[in-house]
Design a protein. Structure first.
Length: 93
């Protein structure tokens, strides 16, 4: 869904993220599902700086995923406190 360094990626529901309101540079491209530009409620968008579990990250993917229902957000963590490298269950996001 997005590309980042190993252990710098997480997926979260929109309600789990706090927006800083600051746009950042776009992340790496991938061959995976195409991301939406912003969440359904318009609160989060690609490149937005956010906090997840108190840690800084950047929104890199918004949309459906193959591991759960609903809208999910792919976040590249800035401090390497993530879980994966932008993929889930073998599918690059």
């Amino acid at each position: 869904y997005f590309v980042c360094k190993p252990k710098c990626g997480v997926f979260a529901k929109p309600a789990q993220l706090l927006s800083s309101g600051v746009d950042t540079a776009a992340g790496g491209a991938s061959k995976a599902p195409v991301s939406k530009d912003k969440t359904a409620d318009g609160r989060l968008w690609l490149g937005l700086a956010v906090k997840w579990n108190g840690k800084q990250g950047v929104v890199r993917y918004i949309g459906d995923v193959n591991f759960a229902a609903g809208e999910w957000i792919g976040v590249e963590m800035l401090e390497g406190k993530g879980i994966h490298s932008g993929d889930a269950l073998g599918l690059p996001y």
